[in-house]
Design a protein around this ligand. Sequence first.
Ligand SMILES: [Ca+2]
Ligand SMILES: [Ca+2]
Ligand SMILES: [Ca+2]
Length: 238
Amino acid sequence: MVRNVIVEDNIAPIITIKGAASVTIEAGTDYDDPGVSVTDNMDKNLEGRLFKESNINTRIPGTYQVKYMVQDKSGNKATTVLRTVTVVDTTGPVTSLLGDAIVTVEAGGAYVEKGAEAFDSIDGDLSTVVKISGEVDTGKVGTYEISYVAYDSQDNAGQAVSRLVKVVDTTPPLVKRIESLDVLEGKELQITVSANDNGRTDSQLTYAVSGAPLGLTIDRCHNSVDPKRGTGTWIILV
Ligand SMILES: [Ca+2]
Ligand SMILES: [Ca+2]
Ligand SMILES: [Ca+2]
C-alpha cells in the first residue's frame, strides 16, 4: 500500500546578515558587501535564490541601503534584511603651488601671485576656491609667507602649502634732482636733492657729498651743505 504524503512548508527562510548592520566607508573607496547567510526549515542552498538590491554610489557621500530578499521553494518570503552603508568624505583636497615655492622680487617691483591648485578625490578641481592668506609689501625688504589652503564641499581642510617671497634690494638709490644753486653773498648755500630708492618705503638713505670745496660740509639732518669758505667752481657729486 502506497501513501501519498503531502508535506507542506509554511515556514519562511531566515536571512542573517554577515558583519555589522550599519557600516561607514570613506568616499572613493571600493565597497564590498560581506553578504548574508540563509537558513530554511526544509530547503538547502537558498543562497542561489537570494535577491540583492543596492543603490550605493561610493563617489557621492550619503546614506545607502543594501537589501537582501529570498523565498524558499514553497514561496515563503523571508523578512527582508537591510544593511545601512554611510558614505562619508573626510579627506581634504590636496593643494599644490603654482609657480616656485621661493620667489625673489626686487624692491619696488611687482609680486605676481601665481596661486595654487587644489584637487579633491570626490569634488574634483577646487582650484578656484583656494584661500590665499598673507601679503607682500614690495616697498619693504623682507621675507613674506603666503599660504594656501582649500576646503572641500564637506568642509574638510586640505593640508596648507606656503610660498616664501623674498623682497630684496639690489638697486642703488637714484638722485633724481639737484636744484640749481643760488649763490648769494652772505647767504647760506643750499643744494637740494631728492633721491628715490627703487620704490622702497623703508630705506634709510645716507647722503654723501664729494667734490665740494674745502670747508663745505653736509648737514645730514637737512640734507644741506654749507660752505664756510672758498670761492670758485666745483663739480659736486651727491
Ligand atoms: Ca521553508
Ligand atoms: Ca574630500
Ligand atoms: Ca635700493
